[in-house]
Structures are given as C-alpha cells and as structure tokens.
Design a protein around this ligand. Sequence first.
Ligand code: ADP
Ligand code: MG
Length: 575
Amino acid sequence: MRELLPILRPYRWMAVAAAVLVFVQALSEIFLPTLMASIVDDGVVKGDTGHILAVGGVMVAAAAVGMTAAFVGARLASLVAVGFARDLRNKLFAHVSSFSLQEFDKVGTATLITRTTNDVAQVQQLVFMSLRMMIRAPLMAVGGIVMAVVQDARLSLLLAAAIPLLAVVITVISRKGMPLFKAVQEKIDRLNLVTREGLAGIRVIRAFNRTQYEENRFDGANRELTGTAVRVGRLMAAMDPAMSTIFNATAIAILWFGGIRVDLGELQVGRLMAFIQYAMQIMFSLMMVSMILVMVPRAAVSASRIAEVLRMRPSVTDPEEPQVPAENLGVVEFENVTFYYPGAEVPALRGVSFTARPGQVTAIIGSIGSGKSTLVSLLLRFYDVTEGSIRVDGVDIRKWPQKELRDRIGYVPQRAMLFSGTVRENLRYGKPDATDGELRHAAEAAQAAEFVERLEDGYDALVAQGGTNLSGGQRQRLTIARALVRRPKIYVFDDNFSALDFKTDAKVRMALRRETADATVIIIAQRVATIMDADQIIVLDAGEVAGIGTHRELLESCQIYREIVASQLAEEVIA
Ligand code: ADP
Ligand code: MG
C-alpha cells in the first residue's frame, strides 16, 4: 500500500477537501436528531410555534448543508479514486513496457493483465470508500454515543450490550472472509490464463480436436472462481440478516424500556425518538467500519500484487553514461558469447564468436532449437548475455542507449506479428513519417506490393488483430517490408523465408540484395537454397558454432553442414 501513495500525491488537496466535506456531513447528521428532539419536546408539547419555526429553520439549514457536503464530497472522492486508478494503470503499463523478455518470462502476461485491470479496480474502490467512510464512520460512532448518553444515560446501557454483540458478529465474518478474497484474485489470474490460451491457440486446439479438453479446462477454472466467489457472497449475505436482527432488536428494546421511562415522566418523547436515531447511527457506522475492514485486506492483496510488479527492476537497462559510437557502419561482433535463459541448466548459446560486416550477408543455419532466434534476441538486447560481449560499431551494446541500438536494426521476427489497423499503419510502424512512395518501394522489394494493391482498399485495407485475415506468407512479406521502410544499417531476418514458396523466396532475396547492398544483413534460414550465396554462413549446433565459411568452404570443412545439405538435396530430388 505504502508504495502506491506517491501516485495519490497529485490528488491530496482534492482528498483533503473531500474529507472536510465528509466531516461537515457527519456533523450535520449528528446534530439533526437533537434538533428534532428540541422541536418535539420544547415546541410541539408546549405549543410554542415560535420555537418550532426557529429550530425548524436551523434544522432545514443543517440538513441542506449536510446534503450539499455529501453530494460534493462524494463527487470529489470519486474523482480522486478514478484519477488515481488511471495514473496507476498508466504507471504500470509504462513500467511493464520497460521490462526485458526475461521479466515477461518470469511473471507471465495473464497476471500482468489482471494486475493492471482488476487489482487496480480493487485499490480504486478502497480509496473511494476510505474517503467516504473512514472519517465518517468513527466520527458518527463517537458523536452518536456522546449524544445518546446526553439524551439519556440509563438507556445507553442498552447500547453497551448491543455494540459488543455487533462487533463480535462483524469480526467473525471478516475473519472468515479474508483468506477467500486472496483466493478470488488468484482464481481470476488462472481464468485469464486459460482464456488467453484458449483463444490464442484456437487453430491448434481445433486441429488436434482438443476443443472439448480446452472447454473443460476453462470450465474448471471458471467453476473454481465461481465457487470461491459464491462462498464470499454467502458470507456477505449472512452479514445482512445478522445485522438487521441486531438493529431491530435494539430498537425494540429501546422503545420498550424508553416507553416505561416516558410513562414515569423521566424521559421526553422527542428525546426517545432522537435516542433511537443515535442508536441506529452508531450501529450503522459500525457496519461501515466492518465494510472497510473487509475491503482493506482485499485491496491490500491487490496493492501488494501491483507493488510487486512496480518493484521488479528491468534486467536490461540503459547505462548511466550511454555511449554512441561516432560512426554508423553496422559492424556486428559477437565475442565468446554464452547465454543461459533464466533458470536453464544448459546454455542456449556457448562461446559464439563471429563478425558480420556491412555490405555482406551473414547467414545462420542450424536445426530447430539450436539457438538461432536466441542469438538475434541478444543482439536486440531482449536479453543480456551471460558471458562474453556483443559489439556494434566497436561499442558493447550494453553501453548503448537501447533506443539508439534498436533504431539501427531492422528486425523481422520469426513469428510474423502485425497490429490491428491498416496496411499503411503497419508498414509505417518503425518510421511514422514514411511517405507513400517509401512504403510502396519497400512493399515492392518484399514482393508485397502486388497482393496489397489487389486488396479492395489497397494500403488502406484493414489488417485484423494479429493479421489473421492474411495468409502466413503475406504477413511475412509485410513484416519484411516494414523493416525495409526504416532503411536501417543492420537487418535481421529470423527465419522468414521458409513461409514463402521457392519462387517468392528467390525474388525477395534478389530485391533484398539491391535494397540492402551496403547494410549488414543477418539471415536465419532453414533452407540451404536461401543462404547458399551468403558471404558467410554460420552453422549452429546445440548453441555452439560448428563452422563458419562460405557454402563451398563449409561443404569441405563442416560435417554438420554437409548433413544439412544432403538431407535437403534428398528432399528436393523427391519433390
Ligand atoms: P531456434 O531459433 O534455433 O529454433 P531458439 O533460439 O528459439 O532456437 O531456442 C534455443 C533454445 O533455447 C531451445 O532449447 C529453447 O527451448 C530454449 N529457449 C528459447 N526461448 C526460451 C525462453 N524464453 N525461455 C527458456 N528457454 C528458451
Ligand atoms: Mg527460431
């Protein structure tokens, strides 16, 4: 909770104003029954119209002030709570955006989403309730007790019996509730996770006929959440009748004993009526306290889940004194790079060294899981190396500002990722001010222009979320075009060509040769045909470099490369 306080700072004056208004509201609530008693006992009973009018006027004024204070106070409180929640969500999102992939691997996306939405809502509610009730409840309880004793000390003994009973009921119920609230939050996380997987993996699920299995899984998570929520609801439901029973029993007892005292002439009717109202106020404020008591632990769980995210420091950070090399050439050097994924026992890369130069194509080939994608993740600083170093233009990339580094790299990820929006917006993603001419040029090079222009709206055609209204090959070509638009010094293609047919593959590569003539090009590929004419080919095997050289050199020197070539030649012969 304490860690979230700075976010409330900008709203402190508004919160203070809300608190003052609540105070005014409570004062008006405390004095109204006494004024009423005075009207009844000193005005109505004695037939003193002047007194009735005078005190009645004060009463109306007090009620008006109280109501205005209640209205404005509630508005201010909700403005504070809503503003706080908005700022907190912004802060969370910005903070999470600074995470490296390492942190994402560690916490998981589903829970990050719940924490940014549901957990923030819990804390928001607590802020609102505190501003409305935390001052009003104790004030009304204490004020009510004092005023009740002033009306009639003997009758107050009844309250001495009712209040502890109420307190016991409240304590028992909230004790039982607290562990349940934590459980609810966890079950929401779980439901989110299952929902995300079920929706994101819909193709796989269908293809493997696992729809039923996924439905069961969802049903399970859903049931668990429902079960816990029902238990919470049942507990809260028990609270209501328990409270009303105590409330009403107290009222009856007061009327009973109060009636006797009125008969004896020891108490006036108006005072008895006021006393009942004070008794209700006291008990009502106890109920408010109990609501806060229930909410505080619940919101505290949420607050700590939020704070946990805010506390996480991104493991990939900008250096104190960033260094940007004078020259912008695009020379990439890996020196003895070893990398372990967090918690992994074997390294994904071990002792990898090579240099990729401008004007050259450096190809990386190797079986699935040999560490090819990992290698480019390190170059983009999605993760930091465990040992060794990566230099771009002679400077260790950990000394670069991340933004500068990534600005110089055109990266085409292995999974073609497009955003919802138009084709044009997607192509402009890395260079918002690119002209239509630039976009068309890049699209032509990536062999995307033809199909884009055939779309009904051309460059204004809509791309669905995740690009699902395009074929895999089309998506891949758009992502290639997107990288080309930036005209960076370094290009990284992570296995983008196997989604293309042989003919398109060849065409794209030919156009790329022209486009990227003086840039450093790193191409990851599965097909030997894609990379045969590269200036240097790096063969990766289980995270280690098995050979570096041209196609010809490797055919002579590298056993693993020969095996790859042989297996693919055989395929082609068969095909
Ligand atoms: P390639 O791109 O050559 O198919 P990767 O670089 O994706 O291979 O993966 C290399 C190895 O690292 C594999 O054994 C894979 O299981 C592991 N790996 C990849 N990504 C992660 C990750 N985020 N966390 C842990 N291990 C990973
Ligand atoms: Mg890969």
